[in-house]
Write a protein that binds this ligand. Structure first.
Ligand code: S3P
Length: 449
């Protein structure tokens, strides 16, 4: 991977952000469009694809597995797939970089094809647990050998003779659900996944659009997803909506910098993703939603945020799966709310690109914000606008969302906030610095405090 470490970034206090921007493509949907396209016979045409490092790693992976992926124009790609069960034996290790979603989905996608694939990644990805995926995938009959049993590098020996499984997710995880469904595509019979809390459902929506037979039933409050095996997928035209997780940073910027009005266009509004917007509105944020026609089966809207006075709240823990990636930026915004924002039931945050609870608590302390840390979350003791001292360096732990959260917080601080390494931002939101500065922010490389 082409990873450049130690890119220090500094964000200066600024008011009055103004601007209208189109947000780049959704990362979750982009990974899935590339992988499903690679599993069809024929040409899948994708527009709006996120050109972040994570998605590029997934493109590289499916190319090594025999698919052809051509870039026609920015965000516009044509994938020529090999069909379900058609992946080739790669001639080398597949490096997924920093992409947790990419590698977890790919482990499922190769599991029921008789090839041997070794996956690796950068040091952050190599330290992340894969057991949650390998445990159900082994039940198909796949052999998996990982370092320390469930870490990358990991060799997956796909099975000739897959057995369909029925699996109840022990943790709410769209990655695990998706890995199982992808493994089920080249398996006879029916593969079932049962989830107690709804996680992002892009895989289910996209599988249906690609012609897979998939049903979703309510089972005593849980969701049962049943996929008919030996599916033949039909190539599609996929229009990737903008990423609500990236949009959340610009919306937050509009709430952190006084007198701001920012419009973010083309934001994916799948209800399994929009918990952060709901939470911000409950805190008092003025966010106008202009609904647009669906794009490739996904709801989309333009969002306009106006600087607002915010109150701390207790975020309902059951909302966590719909905003699990947005707690870092919510915590940054909560720092200038009045009163406590309590975020619990989010132990999952500890095993993301880094331990995000720890990273936020430490960085907020540096910025002069009081917090209380729990095993399953944290509370931010917001002191209102003007209370952030800044004049500090926050560690990103090579985590894109941690880096962007502190750069947004810098807008509202009395003195600048520096992030030790912002290079990971390129994994999900390469346009971040440009988008912020387009609205009037001052985020720069290097620089003195
Ligand atoms: C993702 C699912 C979530 C999320 C990740 C992307 C996906 O992870 O945190 O950034 O695209 O399926 P989990 O499935 O582990 O909750």
């Amino acid at each position: 991977m082409n990873t450049q470490y130690n890119q220090t970034l500094i964000s200066y206090p600024i008011n009055n952000l103004k601007g209208t921007l189109v947000i780049s493509g959704d990362k979750s949907i982009s990974h899935r469009a590339i992988i499903l396209g690679s599993l069809t016979i024929g040409k899948t045409i994708i527009t709006g694809l996120l050109e972040g490092e994570d998605v590029k790693a997934t493109i590289g992976a499916v190319q090594k597995l025999g698919a052809s992926v051509k870039r026609i124009a920015p965000g516009h790609y044509v994938v020529q797939g090999v069909g379900t069960g058609g992946y080739f034996q790669p001639d080398n290790v597949i490096d997924c970089g920093n992409a947790g979603t990419g590698v977890r989905l790919l482990i499922g996608a190769v599991a029921t094809t008789p090839i041997t694939v070794t996956f690796t990644g950068d040091s952050s990805l190599r330290s992340r647990p894969m057991g949650r995926v390998t445990e159900p995938i082994r039940q198909f009959g796949t052999k998996i050998h990982g370092r320390e049993s469930d870490q990358l590098p990991m060799t997956v020996i796909g099975t000739h003779d897959p057995i369909p499984i029925s699996y109840r997710l022990p943790v709410p995880s769209a990655q695990v659900k998706s890995a199982i469904l992808l493994a089920g595509l080249n398996t006879p019979g029916q593969t079932e996944v049962i989830e107690e809390s709804s996680t992002r459902d892009h895989t289910e929506r996209m599988l249906k659009a690609f012609g897979a037979e998939l049903t979703i039933e309510n089972q005593r409050g849980a969701k049962k997803i049943t996929l008919n095996g030996y599916a033949e997928l039909q190539p599609q035209k996929v229009v990737v909506p903008g990423d609500p997780s990236s949009a959340a940073f610009l919306i937050a910027a509009g709430l952190l910098a006084e007198n701001s009005t920012i419009t973010v266009k083309n934001v994916g509004m799948n209800p399994t993703r929009t918990g952060v917007f709901k939470t911000l509105v409950e805190m008092g944020a003025q966010i106008d939603i202009e609904e647009l026609p669906e794009q490739s089966g996904e709801p989309v809207a333009n969002l306009t945020v106006r600087y607002s006075s915010l109150q701390g709240i207790t975020v309902p823990p059951e909302r966590a799966p719909t905003m699990i990636d947005e707690y870092p930026i919510l915590a940054a915004v909560a720092s200038i709310a009045n009163g406590d924002t309590v975020m619990r039931g989010i132990k999952e945050m500890r095993i993301k690109e880094t331990d995000r609870i720890h990273a936020m608590v430490k960085g907020l302390e540096e910025c002069g914000v009081e917090t209380t840390e729990f095993e399953d979350g944290f509370t931010v003791h917001g002191q209102g606008p003007g209370s952030i001292s800044g004049d500090c360096t926050c560690r990103s732990y090579y985590d894109h969302r941690i880096a962007m959260s502190f750069l947004c917080l810098g807008l509202a601080a009395r003195k600048p906030v520096k992030v030790d390494d912002g290079s990971a931002i390129a994994t999900s939101f390469p346009e971040f610095v440009r988008s912020m500065n387009f609205c009037g922010a001052k985020v720069q490389e290097g620089g003195q405090l």
